[in-house]
Design a binder for this molecule. Structure first.
Ligand SMILES: Nc1ncnc2c1ncn2[C@@H]1O[C@H](COP(=O)(O)OP(=O)(O)OP(=O)(O)O)[C@@H](O)[C@H]1O
Length: 360
């Protein structure tokens, strides 16, 4: 088993409220990602689970049992840090074997376990080398292998791919999800990289200023962000937001535009709203009744497509268009909006406007 739950974790460092009531239910066997910007409290959450942080309030339960006052060792969790923290004088084999040696496992069993995990991480040929003879990416794999060689209750990983170059990072994302599937343990993985979170997680908890903003599957967090902040943090390019109000069967923009009111919207007439539109839900092709008038402000060719900045009054939309799009700066055009995929947020609270049940 490897269920991890936290309830109302609070921790202040001087004036900084690093954790402000963090409650998480991490199911056994899940790949659970804690996502948030720098300073959100991700590392502190992980350290609290590991027993490395003295909490001001809150509890940590492991497999349903209160472990709040257990020592780190008694919790039986393996932690991988951003820095590899390998023993410099030991070979990769000895580094990976060290947690098993500490548990006095017989050496033939250790050899089998190290070979198995080395195979999983494709590092068989590195086993005789010392850290100084390895690249950063290789050391990172050895550090992961050292954590994965045991079968702890759960694996806690703090941005373990941060020090890798982009190509290796992308490869390791696939590797880690594959390893998770073949090992089947609980992974609690901290990152500030939303692509990493969306591509690897079963469940994502989005953290900001020590508070959980939303917990959900990657598609829930992306397609049904709980609030304007999550909508802006998850997704690249960033979601565009236009101020508007609902009025009868129309949405009326502060910049003078008007769109049919989305069928799913429960927004109250006259209340200040923000219409959230992702770049892929906008098009420069003329179809349908939902169109916004604007002018081209910028063109960013990305190879397979072009990102177009369109000015709508004083507000800006990012549109994902075909690579072959023509168009010149200042050109007037209409942007087609996929209203079923649009988002509405209350401009005062930032909370997503609830959707009618049949459209949710
Ligand atoms: N030992 C400490 N002493 C003082 N302040 C701390 C300490 N540890 C963390 N903090 C503060 O608590 C807040 C949360 O820090 P934490 O490291 O948990 O954030 P994070 O989300 O992991 O950020 P990053 O992505 O930059 O690692 C930050 O404002 C940080 O400066």
């Amino acid at each position: 088993m490897g269920t991890v739950s936290t309830s109302g974790l609070r921790k202040a460092f001087g004036d900084v409220q690093a954790l402000d009531g963090v409650t998480l239910e991490i199911p056994d066997g899940s790949f659970f990602v804690v996502l948030g910007p720098s300073g959100a409290g991700k590392t502190t959450t992980l350290r609290a689970i590991a027993g490395l942080e003295r909490l001001d309030a809150g509890t940590v339960h492991l497999d349903g049992r209160d472990a709040t006052h257990d020592t780190p060792a008694a919790r039986d969790l393996a932690m991988v840090f951003q820095s590899y923290a390998l023993y410099p004088r030991r070979t990769a084999y000895e580094n990976i074997a060290s947690p098993l040696r500490a548990r006095r496992m017989p050496s033939d069993e250790i050899a089998t376990a190290v070979e198995r995990v080395a195979g999983l991480l494709h590092i068989e040929r590195l086993l005789k080398r010392r850290p100084a003879q390895m690249s950063g990416g290789e050391m990172q794999r050895v550090a992961l292998a050292r954590a994965l060689v045991r079968r702890p209750r759960a694996f806690l990983m703090d941005e373990p791919l941060t020090n890798l170059d982009l190509k290796l990072r992308v490869e390791m994302r696939t590797e880690l999800t594959r390893i998770h599937r073949s090992l089947g343990g609980t992974f609690v993985y901290v990152t500030n990289d939303q692509v990493e979170a969306l591509s690897m997680a079963d469940q994502i908890a989005v953290l900001r200023d020590g508070q959980v903003q939303q917990v959900g599957t990657p598609s829930e967090v992306y397609q049904r962000p709980a609030n304007q902040w999550v909508a802006g943090f998850v997704g690249s390019p960033r979601i565009s937001l236009l101020s508007c109000k609902a009025s009868g069967d129309r949405l009326v923009g502060s910049e003078g535009w008007s769109l049919p009111r989305p069928r799913w919207s429960t927004a109250e007439d006259g209340r200040p709203l923000l219409l959230g539109l992702r770049a892929e839900d906008l098009s420069l092709e003329q179809r349908g009744a939902a169109q916004l008038p604007g002018e081209i402000y910028g063109l960013e060719p990305l190879g397979d497509r072009t990102l177009v900045d369109v000015k709508v009054g004083s507000e800006m939309l990012k549109v994902k268009a075909r690579a072959t799009i023509g168009g010149t700066l200042g050109e007037k055009l209409q942007v087609t909006v996929d209203l079923d995929r649009a988002h509405l947020f209350d401009a005062d609270t930032g909370l997503a406007v609830p959707r009618t049940r049949e459209m949710s």
